[in-house]
Design a protein around this ligand. Structure first.
Ligand code: SF4
Length: 356
């Protein structure tokens, strides 16, 4: 893009953004901590979902210091439902590093930010440009789609595409208002250059768009085919005294690390749900159970798989040995206990029964 055209493009994005941006809470602040939190929450999550969490989070953890001092279990609980829990574990870990090594100030150099857990190129660029006005190009799903269309780059919107579009984006980010420019692009992707049915007639940069010129904007990018692996699993509701339910803590690393869930596991090929539950409880908890009536079926989606959970009432036979990863949890304590969305759905189903 020639220099003059590039300037016209940048001005068009900035003007459009100032006149059309949604009034979102993280756009009313320049506090690097608050901007960092919003950017981490917004990764792979919709604005609508984040809105419910963001204000509550800042009330609970108004500063990097307060987050650094929090217990991991409380932090996980505050995040419960947003998914992709690796993000919040990094947020917590990084808050501690920032307090210890950077005097509780979010660094403003890419070199320092690069060393912090969870700070990849996108988060670095977003924090530097939005909070500190430092020129930095960023690519998220919206920006990738916009530039693939602007440059008429065919293919799937995968990270590998960035080498075709990043040099152009880098040339366009202005010295003044780089944060507004980056947010303007993201907003354009959310409101106008949408993945389906882009509103090209309302687009401030349609005059620069090769896909629009050729009429191929609807086929760029090529849709991804997502094949979700199906997993069948069983979970046990084991009741203790005073309505407490037995919960098991997941290992400290890996998927949903450190969260509390109902005990159980995967159903092997050819196994009935009841047999699978008896086996899983024997292997995991070292006790025998009598599997009773079905409580519910719950379906839950993760990024790469779809889990069908079969949930049964179970009666334990034999004494359960105390372990740090097992806890009897009463209904009223569930609000403080971080759990995966599948188990949280089951708690909601059980609630009326448990509170009787
Ligand atoms: Fe996207 Fe259409 Fe604008 Fe091109 S003209 S950038 S396809 S909204």
């Amino acid at each position: 893009m020639a220099k003059e055209l590039a300037r016209a493009f940048t001005t068009a994005i900035l003007d459009w953004y100032r006149n059309n941006k949604r009034d979102l809470p993280w756009r009313r602040t320049r506090d690097p901590y608050k901007i960092w939190v919003s950017e981490v929450m917004l990764q792979q999550t919709t604005v609508k979902a984040v809105l419910q969490y963001y204000k509550k989070w800042l009330k609970q953890y108004p500063s990097v210091q307060s987050l650094a001092e929090a217990e991991q279990e409380d932090v996980l609980k505050a995040w419960q439902g947003l998914g992709y829990y690796g993000r919040v574990r990094n947020l917590h870990k990084t808050a501690k590093i920032i307090v210890n090594d950077f005097n509780a100030r979010i660094p403003n150099s890419p070199e320092d930010l690069k060393k912090l857990p969870g700070f990849g190129p996108y988060t670095i660029g977003a924090v530097l440009s939005i909070a500190y006005d430092i020129r930095n190009p960023i690519v998220d799903a919206n920006i990738r789609r916009i530039f693939m269309r602007l440059l008429a780059v065919r293919g799937k919107a995968v990270q590998g595409m960035d080498r075709h579009i990043l040099p152009t984006i880098d040339r366009l980010v202005p010295q003044r208002y780089p944060g507004d420019f980056n947010q303007g692009l993201m907003e354009l992707g959310a409101l106008i250059c949408r993945s389906r049915e882009p509103l090209c007639n309302q687009c401030p940069v349609k005059g620069h768009c090769k896909a629009f010129e050729k009429g191929i904007q609807e086929v760029i990018p090529q849709p991804k085919t997502v094949l979700l692996k199906k997993v069948r699993a069983v979970l046990a509701i084991i009741r203790g005294s005073k309505g407490a339910l037995l919960m098991q803590r997941r290992p400290p690393t890996g998927l949903l690390a450190g969260m509390w869930e109902f005990p159980g596991g995967k159903i092997k090929t050819g196994e009935s749900p009841q047999k699978a539950l008896e086996r899983e409880i024997r292997e995991e908890l070292g006790i025998r159970v009598v599997v009773g009536k079905k409580v519910c079926d719950v379906v839950h989606y993760y990024t790469k798989f779809k889990v069908f959970l079969n949930v049964f009432e179970c009666k334990s036979i034999g004494e359960l040995k105390a372990r740090s990863n097992l806890r009897w949890i009463k209904t009223q304590e569930f609000t403080r206990c971080p759990m995966p969305s599948g188990s949280a759905k089951i708690v909601n189903i059980l609630k009326p029964k448990s509170t009787k």
